[in-house]
Design a protein around this ligand. Structure first.
Ligand SMILES: [Zn+2]
Length: 115
């Protein structure tokens, strides 16, 4: 019981603490960026290097900014939509004109000339 030969020396924490990594000369910082799709990417930069304002999202390619609440707006890339809207507008305009013409024609043919 009290022999004094208790096993000592095997305390926890004898191993390496993992804090002595001195491989990198320049410390690096990870800067989070968020794109408009709320993708988060954390590229690392050398701490003495300037951090860019925007970073391309590796997932969707949209520009990402450091402000999560206000990511940079995706570039407007919808010429087709604009063209479609234009065609739609023209068509509806044409339809309107045609409806008007038909109404006028019906009015003229069914009733006496209003002169
Ligand atoms: Zn993204």
């Amino acid at each position: 019981m009290g022999s004094g030969n208790a096993i000592r020396g095997s305390r926890v924490g004898a191993g390496p603490m993992g804090e002595a990594e001195r491989g990198e000369a320049a410390p690096r910082v990870r800067v989070p960026f968020w794109c408009a799709n709320m993708h988060e990417t954390r590229p690392s930069f050398a701490s003495d290097a300037p951090v860019p304002e925007f970073w391309d999202c590796p997932r969707c390619g949209l520009p990402a900014g450091q402000d999560q609440a206000n990511p940079p707006a995706p570039p407007r890339n919808e010429p087709y939509k604009t063209h479609l809207a234009y065609v739609k507008e023209r068509r509806s305009d044409k339809d309107g004109a045609q409806i008007l013409a038909e109404a006028l024609e019906r009015l003229r043919s069914s009733s006496r000339p209003i002169y």
